[in-house]
Design a protein around this ligand. Structure first.
Ligand SMILES: O=C(O)CCC(=O)C(=O)O
Length: 200
């Protein structure tokens, strides 16, 4: 949690989000157990999972053209499991991209032929941030260790409604923040205040 609230990260993200970063959630990306088949992830924009229609998706992506969420990956072991299409966060899909991401109920969405796709290679301690509005995907290989932290921040000027990701009622446990540094506690306070009511 001290890492999530590290001022070096917050300072980097503040100009991108055009406001102080607000905590959203953390994820640990790890390689699946051997009994799960190795698979390529599906190309997506996160907004497609939070909207019901394509019109809603476009509104969520582009009504506010600025970046309101950032995902920061920090690799703990070497990883080259993520791919992104740089720049796609600023525009709707080209016909080729749309064909892969959505056409025919998504049957092509694990294609290896996404135009302009860049594979991100990280060494332990490397980090990369991306705007989840853009096209991206992972791969999930049980035979290759993966331990990548994915820290998600949103812009405090546009925090977003309560949902399953920011639902973290354990922040209300007595003394939950007590072992943390004052700076870390101060970082998490606005998150708690923004969502406290929705956790009751
Ligand atoms: O596994 C990855 O690198 C991609 C994760 C992802 O798709 C997401 O966070 O939406």
């Amino acid at each position: 949690m001290d890492l999530i609230a590290d001022e070096a990260i917050l300072e980097l993200l503040t100009p991108i989000l055009k406001s102080r970063p607000l905590f959203r959630t953390t994820t640990l990306l790890f390689n699946p157990l051997a009994e799960h088949p190795t698979r390529d992830g599906n190309w997506h924009r996160d907004a497609q999972f939070m909207t019901k229609t394509e019109e809603d998706e476009k509104r969520m992506l582009f009504d506010d053209r600025s970046t309101t969420a950032i995902q920061l990956m920090i690799a703990l072991v070497p990883s080259s499991d993520s791919q992104v299409v740089p720049g796609s966060q600023l525009r709707w899909d080209t016909p080729e991209e749309y064909h892969i991401r959505k056409s025919e109920n998504g049957i092509h969405n694990t294609s290896n032929d996404m135009p302009g796709a860049v594979r991100v290679s990280l060494q332990p301690g490397d980090s990369v941030s991306f705007d989840p509005r853009g096209l991206h995907r992972g791969q999930y290989r049980h035979e290759v260790p993966r331990r990548t932290l994915l820290l998600t921040y949103v812009a405090s000027r546009s925090p977003g409604a309560p949902d399953a990701f920011n639902r973290q009622p354990w922040f209300l446990e007595p003394d939950y923040l007590k072992p943390l540094s004052p700076q870390t506690r101060a970082f998490f306070e606005p998150f708690i205040e923004a969502y406290r009511e929705s956790w009751r």
